[in-house]
Design a protein around this ligand. Sequence first.
Ligand code: F6R
Length: 642
Amino acid sequence: MLKSNIDKATGFEKRFENINTLVYKNSIDASKAVAKEIADLIKIKQAQKQTCVLGLATGSSPKGLYAELVRLHKEEGLSFKNVVSFNLDEYYPMAPDSINSYVRFMEEQLFKHVDILPENCHIPDGTLAKEIISDYCNEYEVKIKALGGIDLQILGIGGNGHIGFNESGALQNSKTRLVALDHITRVAASGDFSGLDKTPRTAITLGVKKIMEAKRIILMAWGEGKSNIIKVSVEGPIARQVPASYVQEHNNATFVLDQAAGSKLTRINRPWLVEEIVWTDNLIRKAVLGLAIHLNKPILMLTDADYIENGMSDLLADSGPAYDINIKIFNNLQNTITGWPGGKPNADDIKRPERAAPAKKRVLIFSPHPDDDIISMGGTFKRLQEQGHEVHVGYQTSGNIAVSDDEALRFTSFVCDYNDKFGIKGDEAQKIYKKVITFLKNKKASEIDIQDVRYIKGLIRKGEAKSTCCFIGIPESQIHFMELPFYETGAIKKNPVETKDVKITSDLIEKIKPHQIYAAGDLQDPHGTHKVCLDVIFEAVKQLKTKKFMNDCWVWLYRGAWQEWGIDEIEMAVPMGPDQVLEKRKGIFKHQSQKDGVVFQGTDSREFWQRAEDRNKETADLYDQLGMSRYAAMEAFVRWKY
Ligand code: F6R
């Protein structure tokens, strides 16, 4: 069973944690461990000739678990004949055969691949008349009780801390019922439903009470996006706003995390508060910067008492007094600031983030979508161009699914009307435009665009990217539209990465032989495209590593619209004055199709230019607060040493 008070990976006592929490290297290992516990339980019950009652969840988190259970069935003969399952929830209203129904999800992920008996699978019914839902929910609970309750309940966690669809504010004794979905939950789901307006507003969910009555609970969470809510749920007080925190009161519950989801836990984020540690340079930097921010003091104003009162007295004893440590960290942070992202020619570069030579560098900026270059590093992009470097941009994907139908219709009608008006012949073309217009005008919800529409949407984004490059001042010959095939499904779900994606990327790198590569290390975009694009670059770089030109190639990672690097991680900070911020804004405005309520807004209602400006200002504010010079904004980078 997955139980321990000492974390296997770190060996630390989990002093701050109110729930048994295990942090695995990655979600694959973690899912396998959970699958093993379930398999063991099923087998024990089999030996006792008993039914094994499982509470199951949907969403992205349990997918790896179900895949492993299917493997155990197929390869190791695990039988599900004695399993009775109850799913946590279902959208309402929802037809079982709809692509977004949880009935379909469970069939595809688990049920149809194993020998569970169909009559033993229970999922709340999304087709009922509203008047009878309440009775139906009571019966759902009665059925669970009749079987002796849930033996093992699997949970995921929502960004707002929901379990099942028990949203923020759900009561500890809430029953199985029809609930209204939280805005955050609907936004998270809206990608699957092609927009917020088509996303259900209600769902049927197992209540918190029944979840808590389960004999065993395992909550799984993966990825940095879950790290904040995990910290709150595990270390915070039990609070109605965070239903996952109720699990603290369960006597046999475990949170199973990957490293990213566990990264904000005190034992990982501030281990010196949990146990005696070896103070590495990175940890000292993290601790001192964190202390200054926490106390709202410039670095050089930190005192011995500040160190002692905040669990850092051993550091002080080793390397103190505070003044000495402060100076070291201050200089270190100061050295990350540079107005010369491509290196300052003929300057001493020992303490600078970039090399001085060669003075004119070849730079390759990879932009996952056509606007990430300008949103995330527009100021640096312009600076590199102005300082005489040969700047290329590789637009990794077409970004076509983020263009609205209205926008595509507008452009197509424009060309069509123009040709009509001036009698420009081109019967083939006219036929295509008319087909596109008819398709768009009659398009049904969730219908995937036909190829011509996708192409037009891609063209719109290409035009915008070219316009930004022209604004920055780089010639067309330095713009590269890569159109990585993994992206081109016309839907949110993308194809798996293949060698051709990596080949397109490594060919471009090899052609340009850059001294600098910039890549989006932004791992939180809603559909994961940035992460896939980064993985493709990592793979391409690894394959090219032994080539001579790669000895001179440094890779810088930027972040942008969705998140920022931690202050202690930043290795290069490129400052901007107020006028440069306005210039960057103009560059972002070239992406007209992404303005004013974009198709995939995410949970943040600000437009991209606002997010970029806020984020860059926040970084500048932090540097200012820590005692550095005051700038209007800053773009931050971390170097990937491959
Ligand atoms: C799904 C469910 C939800 C999800 C949660 C996390 O049955 O009840 O609580 O577990 O929204 O979703 P993912 O795993 O997609 O992040």
